[in-house]
Design a protein around this ligand. Structure first.
Ligand SMILES: Cc1cc2nc3c(=O)[nH]c(=O)nc-3n(C[C@H](O)[C@H](O)[C@H](O)COP(=O)(O)O)c2cc1C
Length: 324
């Protein structure tokens, strides 16, 4: 399949693996890229810029295909060493970046001068337009369904994607709720040039996370995620568990007086415990509603090949037959 996204990034299939904290290591990024998609290393999971440089080098040993690095610009008080991470990306010869969180304006010209293509992930048409104005090459539109941070507007992809199509000139991919060939064809119909998947890629053989995480996703239904941190205007969609229920009780009790400090126990430092140790109740971890559509743990190649053949079958047979 050829779309503006496959052309832009030099990839075979219009399928991107979004950056994921403590999931997006070199093993997963390389597996996705080797299968013809675009794998992405999660920059901030690497504790220092020099760790990121090593991770990029490790990924390069595992694939000769294009891969990207995600850099998430967090609204934190003590900012990570973004200039250092950007040096590691440029010096590592990476040519594609997925930016997220705040817009990448401050770093854009350096990145572009280094020949890096930028896909900025955002949750509203307004932010997508801003990214376009700044000169980003593409955007990833994260609908309300998505795992992680869906923003505060709660617009699902059925509306958000065609709205993006009405306003944008640069290509965009559909993110949030994507799992299979049906998702891909639907997204293309709504104006997207491809799909970005998070949760679906965690439940793959190569995802370097504990088996308990993969099993939890397969076992979950579309009813099993919750939105946390809404009163802090930092809404996150996570898998429900006792820690999340405790956090939601605190939110209900404290109302608008809640501070980030009140929920530290449930959200800070929990990712290694969950993703590496498989302690599924250690805290809140991002997960999309799409868990309801995930029933197996294939390899990345099996998953991507299946998505592409399902999409082709839908377009060539199901849709075409409706016209005749
Ligand atoms: C466990 C997990 C961790 C994530 N971490 C990040 C992150 O660090 N930076 C980021 O930009 N997006 C992050 N995301 C969001 C994904 O890149 C992607 O946009 C989202 O998962 C798409 O929705 P889906 O899960 O329905 O496919 C994360 C998602 C998950 C499930």
């Amino acid at each position: 399949m050829k779309t503006k996204i496959t052309e832009l990034f030099g990839i075979k299939h219009p399928i991107i693996q979004g950056g994921m904290h403590y999931v997006g290591f070199a093993e997963l990024a390389a597996a996705v890229s080797n299968a013809g998609g675009l794998g992405v290393i999660t920059g901030l999971t690497q504790k220092t810029p020099s760790d990121l440089a090593k991770e990029i080098a490790r990924c390069r040993q595992m694939t000769d295909k294009p891969f990207g690095v995600n850099l998430t610009f967090l609204p934190t008080v003590t900012s990570p060493d973004y200039p250092g991470y950007i040096d590691a990306i440029i010096d590592g010869g990476v040519k594609i970046m997925e930016t997220a969180g705040r817009n990448p304006e401050a770093y854009l010209s350096r990145l572009q001068n280094a020949g890096i293509k930028i896909i900025h992930k955002c949750t509203s048409v307004r932010h997508a337009l801003k990214a376009e104005t700044l000169g980003c090459d593409a955007v990833s539109i994260d609908g309300f369904e998505c795992g992680g941070h869906p923003g505060e507007n709660d617009i699902p992809n059925m509306i958000l994607l065609p709205r993006a199509g009405e306003e944008l000139t640069i290509p965009f991919v559909a993110s949030g709720g994507m799992a299979d060939g049906r998702s891909l064809v639907a997204s293309l119909s709504l104006g997207a040039e491809g799909i970005n998947m998070g949760t679906r890629f965690i439940a793959t053989k190569e995802a370097p996370v504990h088996e308990n995480v993969k099993k939890a996703i397969v076992a979950a239904s579309e009813l099993d995620t919750r939105l946390i941190m809404r009163p802090l205007r930092n809404t996150e969609r996570v898998m429900n568990n006792p820690a999340v229920e405790k956090l939601l009780q605190k939110e209900a009790m404290l109302g608008n007086t809640i501070q980030f400090e009140d929920i530290l126990e449930e959200v800070v430092g929990v990712y290694p415990k969950i993703m590496k140790e498989g302690n599924m109740d250690a805290g809140a971890w991002s997960c999309g509603m799409v868990a309801g559509l995930i029933h197996d743990i294939p390899t990345c190649r099996e998953l991507i090949d299946r998505i592409m053949s399902e999409a082709e079958e839908i377009i060539q047979n199901r849709l075409r037959s409706m016209l005749s």
